[in-house]
Structures are given as C-alpha cells and as structure tokens.
Design a binder for this molecule. Structure first.
Ligand SMILES: [Zn+2]
Length: 266
C-alpha cells in the first residue's frame, strides 16, 4: 500500500533550513535549550499511524503474555487488519517493531511468527535478565528504596496461589514479581528492557505448559530475594537473584530440550 503523504511533503525548503539553523542554535547555545527544544518539537509529525501501530503492538504483547499465541504461530498482516478493523499499514509497522525487539521472528517470503526458542536462547534471555535485575537490586538497596509495597503484594498472592491454584497463575505472578522489582527502581529504561525479556521468558514458559511445574521451592526463592532486599543485604540479594536466574535457565533449558527430542522423534 502506498504511504499517505505526510505534512512534510508540503513544507518549503526554507522551513527546513530555518529548522536546521534552530537545531544548530540549540546545540551551540545550551542556555536557551528549553525554548529552542520547543521549536524543534513543533516540527514533529502527526502521530496517528504511530499510535495505532503502538496500540496494535500492545495488543500483540498482551496476547503473547496471556499465551494466546503459541510458539510457531503465524501473525498474518491481512487477518490482523480485518480483526482489528484497521488498514494494513499500522499492522505491518507493529509487527516490524516487535520483530526488531526480538519478540517476533520474520521468515523471508513466509511472514511473521512467534519464535520457537531453544535452550541457547533461554540461557541468553536469563543472562540478560540477571544483568538487569542485579542492577535493580543494587539500586534498590543503595538508594534505600522503601516503596516496595507492590512487590510485597505480588509476593503474598504468589504464596497463596502456589497452594492449589493452576501453575499458570503462579507463573504469571512470578513474572509480575520481577517486573515490580525493576519498576521499584523508577528507571524507565530498565523497565522497558525487562518487559521485552519477560515476554520472551513467557513465550518459553507457555511453550512448556504441559511439563512446567510451579513448586513451593520456586515461590520460596522469591521470598528470600525480597527478605534480602528488605534487610539491605546487597551481597546476599545479588547472589540469590543470580542463582534464581541460573536455576530458571537450567530448568527451562532441560524441559525445552526434552520437548525438542519428543517432537523430533515423533
Ligand atoms: Zn522468579
């Protein structure tokens, strides 16, 4: 589909030149940065398509978090456009954004799919999570952050859920625990990075629905991490988060490999 002509096509060259000189002024005169920045912001394009694509990406993320799209599922641009009652442009953009983030995979001439992660991917996902969550734990302890009520609430629900509830509830609360841990740092970048990784972890875990078991030991690991943070014991908290990530990678890796063997032999 042809791109809709944007307002930039109607602008005069002289406008562009003056914007360039304004941008240059912003760089060379930092003291007037706030006024000049608003001049630069005024040149931004309308965001209708952008926000539609953003909303579609969010819906796909939510479907993945809920396990509604299993590994290997295809996300067809035309089907999604009909279902969401939008044109194909923003759907394509949303899919591309998720492909770039690593949440979806594009196969040449075939389309966009939910990835099938192997044990190597799992090890890498949890290595990255270890780096981010260690930074979060360090920040919470060093900055003496005490607003951990949201984290505590998730932990309480997890301790209740493990006694009898379906494993998927515990797995979902497990993800929320780690998201709240990083959210407590108030770092939007750490939150953004973790959200992508959590989604990848969810794709792995949901692929193992039949064999993955949430045990009381697993829930207990979260209690210990929380206690170490509360006690401001940085060395212990870092050790526990590292072990928790390594254990998760090992557990999931073994299950994924076993599942792969079953699939290959069937
Ligand atoms: Zn966990």
């Amino acid at each position: 589909m042809a791109k809709e002509p944007g307002p930039q096509n109607n602008r005069h060259a002289s406008d562009d030149e003056s914007e360039l000189s304004q941008a240059a002024a912003t760089i060379s005169k930092p003291k007037t940065a706030s006024r000049k920045r608003s001049d630069v912001v005024a040149t931004f394009e309308p965001v209708h398509t952008e926000s539609t694509a953003g909303m579609i990406a969010t819906q796909i993320r939510e479907a993945l978090m809920a396990g509604a799209l299993g590994p290997g599922s295809q996300l067809a641009e035309s089907e999604l456009a009909i279902r969401l009652k939008v044109s194909r442009g923003p759907v394509r953009e949303a899919l591309q954004r998720l492909v770039q983030e690593g949440i979806l995979t594009e196969v040449r001439n075939r389309g966009v799919f939910v990835p099938k992660f192997d044990a190597g991917d799992v090890a890498d996902i949890y290595l990255a999570r270890q780096a981010i969550e260690s930074a979060a734990v360090t920040t919470l302890i060093e900055n003496n952050v005490t607003e951990t009520q949201a984290l505590e609430r998730v932990l309480r629900r997890m301790n209740t859920a493990v006694k009898g509830t379906r494993w998927s509830t515990v797995a979902s609360l497990d993800a929320q625990f780690h998201q709240q841990l990083v959210k407590a740092t108030s770092s939007p970048r750490l939150v953004r990075m973790l959200d992508t990784l959590i989604l990848e972890s969810r794709i792995c875990i949901l692929a193992l629905e039949d064999v993955y078991q949430a045990t009381e030991d697993l829930v207990e690991e979260h209690n210990h991490i929380f206690d170490a943070i509360q006690r401001r014991d940085k060395a212990l908290a870092l050790q526990l988060i590292t072990e928790h990530m390594k254990d998760a990678a090992r557990r999931l890796g073994v299950l994924l490999e076993a599942q792969g063997d079953v699939l290959n032999n069937s």
